[in-house]
Design a protein around this ligand. Structure first.
Ligand SMILES: C[S@@+](CC[C@H](N)C(=O)[O-])C[C@H]1O[C@@H](n2cnc3c(N)ncnc32)[C@H](O)[C@@H]1O
Length: 213
């Protein structure tokens, strides 16, 4: 498929389906205004996450990497009324900002922000397993550790998802620790005996694995 046609398809889907409202736009603008890194999902990926959450019927979701809460709002909007999202953020500043945004988006009753390092918090909440979904969008060198946690703590039929599976193309010529983290993660996901997996070609690549055993 030509790049031109691919872009037209993307624009077509974007115009028809992507529901980025004023609150989500505000969160994106605030991310920039407050000087946070602009590394959140794009609206197209956000819509995909919302649909996947609703499609899988996930009610008990964990996210690693909250930033300003942009992806968390999309995820929360895919949850049923009794669904819950735990989102983990290492930076105290990001965690505080995200709490304000979850409040503003009217989803704070369904979202709990834990401030701390991903693996530390995941180990703390492991006693409440099984979970329905883990969404990984934080430090790339730990993606493999988050994957192992998911294989152990998701229910059968639960889903692990990871943002940046294509890592802007750096998976083809890995140089940094983060690049190698992504390459190793994708390989581990492909080889994992308990997971049926693929990468959805949306945005920077959304890796998805369903726990089968
Ligand atoms: C790519 S951003 C998350 C974007 C967010 N998911 C979104 O789309 O709106 C990554 C976030 O992970 C946080 N982070 C980095 N290392 C972490 C760790 N070890 N544990 C938890 N969070 C971490 C960063 O502070 C940053 O806010």
């Amino acid at each position: 498929m030509s790049d031109t046609l691919r872009k037209r398809f993307n624009d077509y889907v974007n115009d028809l389906f992507v529901e980025e409202d004023d609150i989500l736009k505000f969160v994106r603008d605030e991310t920039q205004r407050l000087g946070l890194p602009l590394i959140n999902l794009d609206p197209f990926e956000g819509q995909m996450m919302k649909v996947l959450v609703a499609m899988t019927g996930a009610k008990k979701i964990v996210e690693v990497g909250t930033l300003a809460g942009y992806s968390g709002i999309w995820i929360a909007r895919g949850l049923p009324a009794d669904g819950k999202l735990i989102t983990i953020e290492k930076s105290g500043k990001h965690a505080d900002i995200s709490r304000t945004h979850f409040e503003k988006a009217g989803v704070s009753g369904q979202v709990t922000v834990y401030q701390g390092a991903g693996m530390d918090i995941l180990n703390k909440i492991a006693s409440d397993a099984p979970y329905d979904m883990l969404f990984i969008d934080a430090d790339k060198s730990n993606y493999g550790n988050y994957l192992n946690w998911a294989a152990e703590h998701l229910r059968i039929g639960g889903t692990v998802m990871a943002h940046n599976a294509f890592w802007g193309g750096n998976i083809f010529d890995p140089q940094t620790e983060d690049d190698h983290g992504l390459v190793a993660f994708n390989q581990a996901l492909a080889d994992h005996p308990q997971l049926m997996s693929t990468i959805i070609e949306v945005g920077d690549g959304l890796a998805v694995g369903v726990k089968t055993g």
